[in-house]
Design a protein around this ligand. Sequence first.
Ligand code: URP
Ligand code: ZN
Ligand code: ZN
Length: 487
Amino acid sequence: MNVSDFDLVIRGGTVVTGTDTFRADIGVVGETITVVGEALEPGGGRIIEADGLLVMPGGIDSHCHIEQLQPDGSEYEDSFGHASAACFAGGTTSVITFAAQFKGQRLGPVLAEYHRRAARGMVDYSFHQIINDPFDAVIEQDVPEVVAAGIRSLKVFLTYDDVRLDDRQYLRVLAAARRAGALVTVHAENYDAIAWLTEALLKAGMTAPKYHAWSRPTVIETEATHRAIALAELVDQPIQIFHVSGPEPAAEIARARARGVKVWGETCPQYLVLSAADMDRPGFEGAKFICSPAPRGPAESEGLWDAIRAGTIDNISSDHSGHSFSIPGRGKRAHGTDVDFTKIPNGVPGLAARLPIVFSEGVSKGRIDAQTFVRLTASNPAKLFGLAPRKGTIAPGSDADLVLWDPAKKVTITNRLMQHAIDYTPYEGLEVTGWPVMTIARGRVVMKDDVVTAAPGSARFLPREPYAFITPRGVFPNGFDAAAIMI
Ligand code: URP
Ligand code: ZN
Ligand code: ZN
């Protein structure tokens, strides 16, 4: 075939999908891959030589907080523009971020506001609809409406003041999701246990950043993971557990999957390379690493790799949370530095670091192969969240979202390379082997050699149609389907 038939040919690379690795050329017309084949001849279209490089689907980051409003009136600091640049810098071409409902709010206006914000960016996007207040109108009218508008995932918190749901409310959301045909994603930590431990720590004068980890040990995550799954099983509603921090909560997922429950597990780079010891760095430095669940330690990280290889954890997101570090009155210093750990905002930035860390720690260190890397960072989130086959693979008909990857390139991570608006990265100084040298989003080169070139406003919303992957099993205790009756 002649390249003049194409707008773009990526020639001579090693194509890696979630299932195959092979040498091929990729022909693109407009925004779409039309041919994956051999010896596509040069002609009038643009040619990109990919000899010696891996050519993989652009990453999908299915858990990131961008321009998200907080109940206290603050906002995650990265705008959609900055976050898009960070995505492209790190080889990610699609995100699922959040539309956050607060107490008393109807979902329609909330979703409209986040659409307005996301459309200003460059990276393709969808949302998980956060439900913080499942009152009747939200459950009966709003959830079906947002799902019909293409938002096929809801998110709930089982902890955090002002946003957490109790078990009864969680059951309501699960039932509403099942009736509407959406997945539920869960932040699983035990609210009351954290509150009780926190009170004890503060009374004992244990207030430094490192006590954040003491306030939420693994057992409170394991308990909440078990409960989240048990209640989802009761309702027969598929769920994903967000940010699994170690092998113990992962074992809850594995046990449930073994009995057929539709539950999936996600982890993040912070649980693979950071640890509780980072929160014990001198002075206020430990604040940089405060996130929930708390990073554990090397043994837990290794246990997560076991869970990844076993297929229990099948998605690695960034949980990108933009809180700056050095600006007085903002981000991690919103309440100053002479404060107890409860006053320090949770979360770490990681959009651009995600793929390099997972590739380096996973593929370069021999823990997983490159196809598994693609499944964890692109193909599996595409399948789980209803974006496949448009996203997450390299095949005729799919969007031409590609990352060209130099598997041998050694880079020391530093904040300048992250291209977010945040003034630090928790991964500063981490050496990685393997780096994205070009990112292509819907046929456009949006990053080359760490330089991002994309037009603000070029983002596209990714509406998600009904999809079979999350179909409930039709199995209920005693054969009694309470969710069909309860509103
Ligand atoms: O500490 C974290 N993970 N902050 C972001 C919000 C969340 O819990 O996902
Ligand atoms: Zn969370
Ligand atoms: Zn999060």
